[in-house]
Design a protein around this ligand. Structure first.
Ligand SMILES: [Zn+2]
Length: 108
C-alpha cells in the first residue's frame, strides 16, 4: 500500500480514504509472486514452497512465466486459513510450529 501511494504521489492514509470512498480504484486487482511476498512477508523461496505444497491456492493466471492471483482469491484464502503472524517482522506462517520456530530462530 505504501509503495502504491508513493508511486501515485499521495500519502498511504489518503490513498486508503480514496479507495474506501471509491474516488480512486486500482484495477485490475491482481497480485503476483512478489506481491504475495510483500503481503505476507515471505521470501521468494518460502512463497514458491507454499505454492508447490498446495498451501496457496493455484494461480488464477500466468503472464509469460509470471504467475498471478486475483486479490480476491488471496483474500478468500486468508479468510479460510488460520495464519500465524510474527508480531515483530510481519511474516505470516501457515502453521503455529513454523511461527514458533521462526520466533526462536530470528527473535529468540
Ligand atoms: Zn519475525
Amino acid at each position: 500500500m505504501r509503495e502504491i501511494a508513493q508511486i501515485l504521489g499521495v500519502t498511504p492514509s489518503s490513498l486508503r480514504d480514496q479507495l474506501r470512498t471509491g474516488e480512486m480504484v486500482l484495477l485490475p486487482e491482481r497480485v503476483g509472486s512478489a506481491g504475495l511476498c510483500v503481503q505476507f512477508g515471505w521470501t521468494r523461496s518460502a512463497q514458491s514452497l507454499y505454492r508447490r505444497k498446495g498451501v496457496l491456492p493455484p494461480p488464477d493466471g500466468q503472464d509469460g512465466r509470471a504467475l498471478w492471483w486475483w486479490q480476491e482469491t488471496i483474500d478468500s484464502w486468508v479468510e479460510a486459513t488460520e495464519l500465524y503472524w510474527c508480531p515483530d517482522c510481519h511474516h505470516a506462517f501457515v502453521a503455529a510450529a513454523g511461527a514458533r520456530e521462526h520466533w526462536t530462530r530470528v527473535h529468540g
